[in-house]
Design a protein around this ligand. Structure first.
Ligand code: ADE
Length: 250
């Protein structure tokens, strides 16, 4: 068993306490499947006022994160983990996805750098940063929430962190998940589909695959273009389009 280590550089270490002290992530830490250390960027400043940001050269709005505390913080962490991969959280990065989460599981150590203010001094990128990640096309007040998203998505893919291996996840297979039901069987006039109670596993599997394809084609047709479909899937998709034609004619 190996422990995947996450080192976080942030100006707000407290933001991480609650999310990582709960549920699955906490269990993964206790069982040493992952290790998370939060470092305060301010601890790597050397001036009396512990300054982490400053005015931008050339003028303009907002403040810029100074290079020295972040670069020296990365170097201190790297002394312990030379091969750690350094990731800068920024809306300018490569867009995060399930495939990116899977890719990151191959590293033993990640250093995640969270920015605040208007941005980073460009030299931070030039010294140690291996890659930049964005969690989506919107701007957050800082990289902390983005870092939590990345750690959560990566950690749950590591062997042993979840009860199952995640292989039935939506996105793992490239399409959306089928509808799930549990008890009660009858609720406010909406009943659980009969087929799920039939005990016929082959029929249930076919129904689920068809529902997954139906949902994906309605909500995320872009995913259907990227995924490898079997001849059986093509048949199910033909049925789905037939069903909806009939629905329209009704
Ligand atoms: N910091 C601010 N916005 C961000 C985003 N969308 N992704 C990653 N880091 C960020």
């Amino acid at each position: 068993m190996r422990t995947m280590r996450f080192d976080i550089l942030t100006l707000f270490p407290e933001m991480f306490y609650s999310p990582f002290e709960k549920s699955i992530i906490k269990r993964a830490i206790i069982s040493k499947l992952i290790g998370i250390r939060v470092h305060n960027i301010r601890d790597f400043t050397k001036d009396k006022h512990r300054t982490t940001d400053d005015y931008p050269f050339g003028g303009g709005e907002g403040m810029v994160m100074k290079p020295e505390p972040i670069i020296e913080g990365i170097e201190v962490i790297k002394k312990e983990h030379q091969d750690a991969r350094v990731i800068l959280m920024t809306p300018q990065g490569v867009q995060f996805s399930q495939a990116e989460a899977k890719r990151l599981t191959s590293y033993k150590n990640l250093i995640l750098v969270c920015g605040r203010y208007e941005g980073f001094d460009e030299r931070i990128r030039e010294f140690w940063v291996d890659e930049e990640i964005s969690i989506g096309d919107y701007v957050l007040t800082g990289g902390e929430l983005a870092t939590m998203v990345v750690i959560d998505a990566v950690a749950r893919l590591l062997p042993g962190v979840l009860g199952n291996d995640g292989s039935t996840d939506s996105f793992y297979q490239g399409i959306l998940e089928y509808p799930q039901y549990t008890r009660p069987r009858f609720y406010r006039g909406k009943n659980v589909p009969e087929i799920l109670l039939s005990g016929n596993h082959a029929k249930i599997a076919r129904w689920r695959r068809k529902e997954s394809l139906k949902r994906t084609s309605a909500r995320r047709p872009d995913l259907l273009k990227k995924v490898m479909l079997s001849p059986e899937d093509d048949k199910l998709l033909a049925e789905i389009s037939n069903d909806s034609d009939q629905e329209l004619r009704r």
